[in-house]
Write a protein that binds this ligand. Structure first.
Ligand code: ADP
Ligand code: ASP
Ligand code: MG
Length: 421
């Protein structure tokens, strides 16, 4: 049942990086509570804690046991949740912290990228009803086998959105180190513009294409459960970006054709050369990878010459080590001539719901890359996205060139102008 006046606020690692910032977050949370709202806060680990814990584990073991890794990594968020609860109490408001398990977040047993199976929110509800501010450790849950699990990098976004859905909150604020979702990563494109609104679909494509501001799976959950997300700065009160159902297109109001450009360097390219061109080859090649849970992103198959062809595809760099033996086996079985990998690639993606009805957007993007002298290796499209694989060393220029070509620095649509007036 919907609880009126309930807000979930999630603070990322940079926002709780040291005790001064935790004090600032405490004041901000208390100020929200003073408006009469009930507040459930989700915190990330302080600063780079998760990376530091990962580095520690790498010093004691080459391939740490996934269960032990989750025991270690989940400790990061435990520190920030307790410190924030103390800081809030210090300001005279009652607060109580919960680990993911205590908050009732039950996951499957896939350590390192566990999925939430359900949330038993009774304890949180009781604490909120008793007037407490709840602080929940992000990024973690407890498995159906009673072990601590983590939800994957950036997983505190997931915790926040899932709790907002489970508690029937009015919305979910993602408070971070930028003022919202921009037309490109503001660290790469200086003149990138903050977007007032985005549809779930657009945000999902952006997040899945590398815009690290939100974890992709959290956007999926928000869309499924209709949780509006407000991405905004934890340091200022400025209005951020609202993500929700698609804005209704009414008379005289057109959606922008393109919304934003994302980039991603987390993937590598594999090429299987000299594969016989006959039915069943792609299935034989990709089945073992799928069975191993390795996500293939983009695929190209060249026109065959003399009965043989090349197939290239991209996969997460972090899965390369696992994919290698599988690929070697398939190569043998297929009688393919060559197998090579390239981790020096990057992907630039243009996203916009308006692209569906505007032909020529892809051609404009290719023109922009051609004019910048950037070679495209693989292309893939969806109704609201175009992605190109380029050399990693060309990636930042590619993002800038596409951003420039579509004039994204200027407010481009009636929708944006209305929202900002
Ligand atoms: P947090 O620790 O708060 O979760 P993240 O580092 O996960 O923060 O996400 C915020 C970062 O996302 C920003 O600092 C920015 O560099 C990056 N980012 C990438 N693409 C975008 C974009 N289109 N708009 C805003 N930020 C983006
Ligand atoms: N601390 C975790 C990470 O760094 C989760 C998060 O911050 O969202 O990935
Ligand atoms: Mg994050």
């Amino acid at each position: 049942m919907a609880s009126p006046g309930l807000l979930v606020q999630k603070f990322g690692g940079t926002s709780v990086a040291d005790v001064e910032r935790i004090g600032h977050v405490a004041r901000r949370v208390v100020a929200t509570a003073e408006t009469g709202k009930r507040v459930c806060v989700v915190v990330s680990a302080m600063g780079d804690t998760t990376d530091e814990l990962l580095a520690l584990s790498a010093r004691v073991a080459r391939a740490p046991h996934p269960r032990e890794l989750d025991m270690l990594l989940s400790a990061g968020e435990r520190i920030s949740m307790a410190l924030l609860a103390m800081a809030i109490e210090e300001q005279g408001r009652r607060a109580v912290s919960f680990t993911g398990g205590q908050a009732g977040i039950v996951t499957d047993t896939l350590h390192g990228k566990a999925r939430i199976v359900h949330i038993k929110a009774r304890r949180l509800r009781e604490a909120l009803d008793a007037g407490r501010i709840c602080i929940v450790a992000g990024f973690q849950g407890v498995s159906t086998e009673d072990d601590d699990t983590t939800l994957g990098r950036g997983g505190s976004d997931m915790t926040a959105v899932a709790l907002a859905a489970a508690l029937g909150a009015d919305g979910c604020e993602i408070l971070t180190d930028v003022e919202g979702v921009y037309t490109a990563d503001p660290r790469i494109v200086r003149e990138a513009r903050k977007l007032a609104t985005l549809s779930f679909e657009e945000m999902l494509e952006l997040a899945a294409s590398g815009a690290g501001v939100l974890m992709p799976r959290s956007v999926e959950v928000a869309r499924t459960h209709g949780v509006p997300i407000h991405v905004r700065s934890s340091f200022t009160d400025a209005e951020g970006t609202w993500i929700g159902q698609e804005v209704a297109v009414t008379d005289g109001m057109e959606q922008p054709i393109v919304s934003a450009v994302a980039h991603d360097t987390s993937e590598a390219k594999v090429t299987v050369g000299g594969v016989p061109d006959r039915p069943g080859i792609a299935a034989r090649l990709f089945r073992p990878l799928a069975d191993a849970g390795i996500n293939i992103d983009m695929i190209v198959q060249n026109v065959s010459a003399e009965g043989v062809t090349d197939i290239s595809f991209t996969l997460p760099k972090s899965d390369l080590a696992r994919a290698r033996p599988l690929l070697a086996e398939v190569r043998e079985a297929l009688g393919a001539e060559a197998l090579s990998e390239d981790d020096g690639i990057g992907k630039v993606t243009l996203v916009g719901a308006g692209m569906k009805t505007h032909p020529g957007v892809a051609a404009d993007m290719f023109d922009a890359l051609a004019d910048a002298g950037i070679n495209i290796q693989i292309i893939s499209t969806s109704p609201i996205r175009i992605s190109c694989v380029v050399r990693a060393t060309d990636l930042e220029r590619a993002v800038q060139a596409v951003h420039d070509r579509f004039g994204m620095a200027e407010a481009s649509s009636v929708r944006e102008e209305l929202a900002s007036s």
